[in-house]
Design a binder for this molecule. Structure first.
Ligand code: CA
Length: 228
């Protein structure tokens, strides 16, 4: 699954290089030249990961990282800081405010990709192919199989992606808009009601093994996966 990666970098040439590198690695880069632009983009769609330059005009990258990590809505978005070479103290400060990793400029595309992969694996398991298991329900992205208490369950492709997303982020409440962004992607126009339809189908498929109650409706807010 390609990741939506927000690149916050004020130098156009470096931004271009980052975006190109991300596209070649199979991701969807979204670009911002400043913190202000980044904030606007985040309000539209929550990115899966943020590549954040340290030195930016106006609010610095480090202040922005602190802000994002202090906000309930954005605190779980992984951040990789881009720093100038050799600024050891900066790296430590970056990790202290909650950045997940850092890459020094000039960076090698291979190193950057490896770090992005590692951070996504750690922070956004639905971006990886690792199997997930909860309360006897097992989803395997590699084989595209779901089983409940050892029984194979029949899921459509959308229900599979939906369950993958929800199981990757358990116990959290997701609004319909968030689910649409993450499961359908932000380039497709579908109504919020569509989510409800697929949630119903997903529950129906899960009744086979008695796991339908893992998909919970939080009235007026959205949906949650809970194995408790
Ligand atoms: Ca800069």
């Amino acid at each position: 699954m390609p990741a939506n990666i927000l690149v916050v970098e004020d130098e156009p040439a470096i931004q271009e290089l980052l975006a190109l590198n991300l596209t070649q690695a199979g991701h969807n880069p979204v670009r911002a030249l400043s913190v202000e632009q980044a904030q606007m983009l985040i309000r539209e769609t929550l990115p899966d990961l943020i590549l954040l330059d340290w030195m930016l005009p106006g609010m610095s990258g480090i202040e922005f990282a602190r802000k994002l990590k202090g906000d309930e809505l954005t605190k779980s978005i992984p951040i990789i800081m881009l720093t100038a070479r050799g600024e050891e103290a900066d790296k430590v400060r970056g990790l202290e405010v909650g950045a997940d990793d850092y890459v020094t400029k000039p960076f090698s595309p291979r190193e950057l990709n490896a770090r992005i992969k590692a951070v996504l694996r750690r922070r956004a398991p639905q971006m990886t192919d690792d199997p997930i298991e909860a309360g006897g329900l097992r989803l395997d992205p590699m084989t595209h199989r779901v089983s409940g208490n050892g029984k194979t369950l029949e899921l459509g492709p959308t229900e599979f992606r939906l369950l993958h997303y929800l199981m990757s982020n358990p116990e959290r409440v997701h609004s319909r808009t968030q689910v649409l962004d993450r499961v359908w992607g932000d380039r497709v126009f579908v109504e919020d009601r569509t989510v409800d339809v697929h949630i119903r189908r997903l529950r129906r498929a899960l009744t086979e093994s008695g796991h339908e109650e893992f998909i919970q409706t939080v009235r007026g807010v959205g949906y949650r996966f809970s194995a408790q």
